[in-house]
Ligand binder design. Structure first.
Ligand code: FAD
Ligand code: NAD
Length: 473
């Protein structure tokens, strides 16, 4: 039986990064993965590269270009006529981006001498892993590992009375493969996926209705940012309905009938496509967890400590399959930490400074605590805010919606959270993450020279505003 220093199960961002780092540190490493790509062949990269972060951002970029051309560029004095939309070409470009990146991981595995084992893994006693064939050419085998790292990720949650058929009623993966613009699109769940994919199809011309179970909008974001975002999405024409309870969804030949209730009674929506985006759940079913005594928590995640150690010796778990936000970068850093700890280093992940980004237009991003969380913890704080409407660069860009907000401890001035809805917020938030990692005060951000004119000046001004020293509003 082949023996490895490390066998990583799952080649999503958590698993493939962990495998690469293990190999870099001199460990004999294999990575098992069951994913089959659109071409019917095995593909590396997991959810993120195949049906998540990357394809969704490819659609976002394409749809933003279309929206700019059809709706925004006239304000700059640019008028275009006879604009045509080729959705299959957009989908094809997205597929090329995905293929390029998944092939890139295969290249990195070869370069770093990570063995790619193709098939579905389950755990056996004594740190052995059995690999079941998924495709005809896959080889059934059992391998032994000094250490096992589980990175099996997550899959979409479903809801009762709504059956995914992959055609008219789809999950996020299906929504990334539409070949035409649905005239009316309904999305169940106004969370991250609902807003990102709803925005894509809205920009491309669909009427979009989002049905959200909760009474509040974007409950995980800072309230002020969520309120600003809601205002902006209303302006963009996204029809967001809160406090809804979906009773059923039935697909007919070419349309779907969705029935739901809210405080005002029963309602029916007739739409061309329905996307179900109500969260994701850990993907642990094939692992054989209970047979080897691997502990899951009450929500089905693999139980781990801060260093991603499971209850079993020499067994670790990382990424979406364990507690914490389901974000690719969180899983990647856990993968690096586990690899380095296996090599004897004292690595750790600071879970308090994991940034969040929602890739809408404008983007929403944050790091650290919200005002609500600080109030609940009875912590005293000061807040500084800067609206994009007062930014020279934002005006020049014709992108003046949004704001940046810095929250700092009332006594020490240490930054506790930074929240924003702004163009390129996904890039701007990195400054806040670095500041928090270096335990910066709002005063530090306020004294750093920011290039003029730039959107980053909004971060500077929000930091100045923490002590009422804002200059440009
Ligand atoms: P996954 O990426 O889910 O990979 C797990 C891998 O393990 C898969 O290849 C799976 O086939 C394999 N596997 C599972 N079980 C077994 C088994 N028993 N044997 C062998 N292989 C197995 N996050 C962000 O940070 N930014 C974004 O912009 C973003 N956008 C997203 C957009 C969408 C539409 C979706 C659905 C998700 C998005 N996410 C985003 C979330 C991100 O994709 C996940 O957080 C990330 O992929 C989790 O990485 P992972 O490695 O833990 O698991
Ligand atoms: P989510 O948790 O962000 O949103 C799901 C939404 O569905 C919630 O608002 C929830 O209240 C609602 N909901 C649940 N059940 C419902 C029901 N029966 N009817 C109506 N609404 C219901 O989950 P998601 O949007 O599916 O995304 C899954 C995960 O993927 C996210 O948690 C996120 O971590 C990750 N993701 C991240 C990004 C990013 O980083 N930009 C993008 C996409 C996905």
């Amino acid at each position: 039986m082949k023996k490895y220093d490390v066998v990583v199960i799952g080649a999503g961002p958590a698993g493939y990064v962990c495998a690469l780092r293990c190999a870099q540190l001199g460990m004999i490493t294999a990575c098992v993965d069951a994913w089959v790509g659109k071409d019917g062949k095995h593909a590396l990269g997991g959810t993120c590269l195949n049906v998540g972060c990357i394809p969704s951002k490819a659609w976002l970029e394409s749809s933003e270009h279309y929206y700019m051309l059809t709706r925004k560029l006239s304000a700059h004095g640019i008028r275009a006529s006879e604009i045509t939309l080729d959705v299959p070409a957009m989908a094809g470009r997205k597929d090329k981006v995905v293929k390029n990146l998944t092939d890139g991981i295969e290249f990195l595995f070869k370069k770093n001498k990570v063995t790619w084992l193709k098939g579905k893994a389950s755990l056996l006693p004594d740190n052995q892993v059995h690999i079941h064939p998924v495709l005809e050419d896959d080889e059934e085998m059992t391998v032994a590992a000094k250490n096992i790292v589980i990175a099996t990720g997550s899959v979409p949650r479903d809801i009762p009375n709504v059956q995914i058929d992959g055609e008219l009623i789809v999950d996020s993966s299906g929504a990334l493969d539409f070949q035409s613009v649905p005239s009316r699109l309904c999305v169940i769940g106004a969370g991250v996926i609902g807003l990102e994919l709803g925005s894509v199809w809205k920009r491309l011309g669909s009427e979009v209705i989002l049905l959200e179970a909760m009474d509040s909008f974007l409950a995980m974001a800072d309230e002020q940012i969520a309120k600003e975002a809601r205002k902006e999405f209303d302006r963009q024409g996204l029809d967001i309905r809160l406090g809804t309870r979906v009773m059923s969804a039935e697909a007919d030949k070419d349309h779907v009938v969705v029935r739901y209730q809210d405080g005002e009674g029963d309602h029916t929506i007739d739409c061309e496509k329905l996307i179900v985006a109500v969260g994701r759940k850990p993907n642990v079913e094939a692992l054989n967890a209970s047979a080897v005594g691997l502990l899951l928590d009450e929500r089905g995640y693999i139980h781990v400590d801060d260093y991603c150690m499971t209850n079993l010796p020499n067994m670790y778990a990382i990424g979406d399959a364990v507690r914490g936000p389901m974000l690719a970068h969180k899983g990647q850093e856990e993968g690096v930490m586990v690899a380095e700890r296996l090599a004897g280093e004292e690595s750790f992940v600071n879970f308090d400074s994991v940034p969040w980004v929602i890739y809408t237009m404008p983007e929403i991003a944050w790091v650290g605590k919200t005002e609500k969380q600080l109030k609940a913890a009875a912590r005293k704080y000061n807040v500084g805010v800067f609206p994009l409407s007062a930014s020279g660069r934002a005006k020049a860009m014709e992108e003046t919606s949004g704001l940046v907000k810095v929250i700092a401890d009332a006594k020490t001035d240490r930054i506790l959270g930074v929240h924003m809805i702004a163009p390129s917020a996904s890039e701007l938030i990195a400054e806040a993450v670095v500041a928090m990692e270096f335990a910066a005060c709002s005063e530090d951000l306020a004294r750093i020279v920011h290039a003029h004119p730039s959107i980053s000046e909004a971060v500077h001004e929000a930091a100045l505003d923490v002590h009422g020293r804002g200059l440009h509003r």
